[in-house]
Design a protein around this ligand. Sequence first.
Ligand code: FES
Length: 145
Amino acid sequence: MPVGRRQLIVHGSQLGLAASVVGLAGCAGRMEVKAAPPAENGIVRIPLASHPGLEVPGAAVALDIEGLDDQVLLVHGPDGFSCVTRKCTHMGCKVEYDGAAGHIQCPCHGSQYENDGTNKKGPAKKPLTQYTATLDGDAVAITIA
Ligand code: FES
């Protein structure tokens, strides 16, 4: 089913990461979770140099951020960066990014979300929790507080 999948595994120890950053994925499939740097003043900075695939639209990285109950998905879509929880609002499965289709998808029952977490297709009826993600120099700043 998945085609065109790209993955990049970043070792937390090499980046001085405290939690886990997930992996890069160009389409639906199992994403690998990696450590993210610790938040400073409620902001987690994800260096693009550490995730080269994120430099172009159509990729995503799954992150485990210290202090958050659920992993997040940092997406670089055609309109820029977005960050949402990976917890599907239907029954809680971990959503993934389908870069070929350009949306977030749940592997369990097929719910689809736009890159900003709004609902595209059910059965999920509620949007994914969104965190602000903005390009800040050579990194993406995710606001978690
Ligand atoms: S848990 Fe995601 S669609 Fe059912």
